[in-house]
Design a protein around this ligand. Structure first.
Ligand code: PHE
Length: 342
């Protein structure tokens, strides 16, 4: 090979040492092979100026030089690609020892958990779920439920009214759902109605102006107090424990006759007497009774043909008992540290 070509080859090999990545490789390849400015193509263009007798020798040597450089560059390109790949996989490697991204998982409110549990117990006994609005009218909340005009619950002291004429109000119990279902469907009926209720109460550990009830209503032929008692006994055993007893104490609600307050045997001391049951051995959880004939009349159901029972239980109260919660206000403070424990 011509000595000047030998020099080009030596310089080329020196240049190769400076190649570290794809970018510098491409610069090197352009320097030697690019059509416009590349060293080799320039040598080929020069052949015109070479004296005729030297042309064959010159051409042969250029081709030799070009072949060597091209082969070398092809091998080098493969090596550089491997190096690049290795570098990329190193820099993009996943560090499996890093902690993952934590997602916040929500949970049901404790009152909702217990509400669902109670509804499930009654659904298994063949009850349907009914609903009513939180803003009610006087007829459904009071009048049809046989509340006399001068009943204290109808006083602004006890009820949140939402219209000047006191016809619309925030329902004070879930019993208006009894009226809505009886008027809409007639007899027979077997429903439970869960929901929020509102009373003007100053919040303290056992009182809240918002709380939750589940209403029950069964209307059919020959429904007696024995059905009511059996149903509530079954409910208490399912909801608390198989050895839970119930007790009915005579009480008054204008929409039932007879009416009763229902206690369960204390789930903490099993009836022996403790701080929670105030040494009585019993804990009150609901109000109940046989549907008053006057209520049936208001709803267009024949009280000679049909009878029924109703009950209303306090869900917050039961949740407090089940989970040992010290203060009803915790249910409404929306403190995640409290809520995420359920
Ligand atoms: N509605 C009554 C209350 O809120 C409870 C109740 C319901 C009593 C059904 C008897 C029958 O106190």
């Amino acid at each position: 090979m011509r000595p000047d070509f030998e020099d080009i080859l030596i310089n080329f090999k020196k240049d190769v040492e400076g190649v570290k990545d794809i970018k510098s490789f491409k610069e090197l390849r352009d320097k030697y092979l690019s059509k416009e400015k590349g060293i080799i193509p320039n040598l080929m263009k020069k052949i015109k100026q070479i004296p005729r007798e030297e042309k064959p020798e010159y051409g042969k040597d250029v081709n030799l030089l070009k072949g060597q450089i091209t082969n070398f560059l092809n091998d080098l390109e493969k090596k550089i690609e491997l190096v690049e790949l290795e570098r990329k996989s190193q820099s993009e490697r996943i560090d499996i020892s890093l902690p993952g991204i934590d997602f916040f998982v929500g949970s049901f409110h404790p009152v909702k958990i217990v509400e669902k549990e109670i509804c499930n117990i009654f659904e298994r006994m063949g009850y349907f779920i009914a609903e009513g609005p939180e803003v009610e009218n006087d007829f459904n909340n009071f009048e049809a439920l046989n509340f006399p005009d001068d009943h204290p619950a109808r006083d602004a002291q006890d009820t949140f009214f939402v219209s000047e004429d006191r016809y619309y109000l925030l329902r004070t119990h879930t019993s208006p759902v009894q009226i809505r279902t009886m008027k809409r469907y007639g007899a027979p009926i077997k429903i439970i109605a869960p929901g929020k209720v509102f009373r003007r109460d100053t919040p303290d550990p056992t009182h809240s102006p918002i709380f939750h009830q589940i209403e029950g209503l069964v209307v059919d032929k020959n429904i007696t107090m024995a059905d009511l008692k059996g149903t509530l006994e079954k409910f208490a055993r399912e909801c608390f424990s198989a050895d839970t007893k119930i007790r009915l104490r005579p009480s008054f609600f204008p929409f039932v006759e007879p009416g009763a307050e229902v206690d369960i045997s204390c789930i903490f001391c099993k009836g022996k007497g403790c701080r929670i049951c105030k040494n009585s051995g019993w804990i009150e959880i609901l109000g109940a009774g046989m549907v008053h004939p006057a209520v049936f009349e208001k709803c267009g159901i024949d009280s000679e043909k049909y009878s029924g029972f109703a009950f209303g239980l306090g869900v917050d109260r039961i949740t407090i008992l089940k989970y040992g919660i010290p203060d009803i206000r915790l249910f409404f403070e929306n403190d995640v540290r409290f809520l995420e424990q359920f």
